[in-house]
Design a protein around this ligand. Sequence first.
Ligand code: GAR
Length: 219
Amino acid sequence: MAKDFSVVVLLSGRGSNFESLAEQAEHFSITKVISNKVKALGLRKASSLGIPIDAFSQKELGSVLAQKEAIYSSALESSPDLIVLAGYMQILEPDFVTKNFGKVINIHPSLLPKYPGLDTHKRAIDNGDTLHGCSVHFVDVEVDTGPVIAQATCAIEPGDTPDSLSQKLLTFEHKLYPWCVNQIAAGEISLGLDRKVSYSPASRQSAKENGFLVSLDVA
Ligand code: GAR
């Protein structure tokens, strides 16, 4: 049965995070999946689950800006409750982010504010870190910034390579992201006007039981 809280997913690639969201959706429905890559594997996965898809090619639309406008208008068309970036590798326009602040979330493969941008696994290994992780955050205008909702940590073992680490971290991403979206959809986690994330006692408890870190900036 369709749930009231509607989520639009934006992705650019294989869509494993999207799949984990679809599989673990308890309090939300994914109403559409949109991509900036017409051949994204994640689109095929969405189609096979019967979820409507949309894809916009930069080449066909003539410019990145035209492509971005088409993507944003498709994303906002049904006034979704949340726009979820799941491996979406195109920087959002500041105007879109500002107008929709609090309504767009992202997952990033590092313990933000460490390692925004690309090659996070390699950078963590090269830096000699023993702890890595992933972060889910509300999206702000700078790349990979904005209030952190929750993080999952993952040990870096001797011998780990960027590939092995990224594989290992994915299993944490696949638990963390659905948890965050379910908590938001259930009203257990919210963003205040002061841009601080707040958590119900039940969601704090659940985070603890799952081994997730939650923002310290909470009331
Ligand atoms: C995931 O590891 C996600 O954290 C990362 O891209 C991968 C997408 O995998 N996102 C970013 O780097 C965003 N800055 P998926 O397509 O299998 O979900």
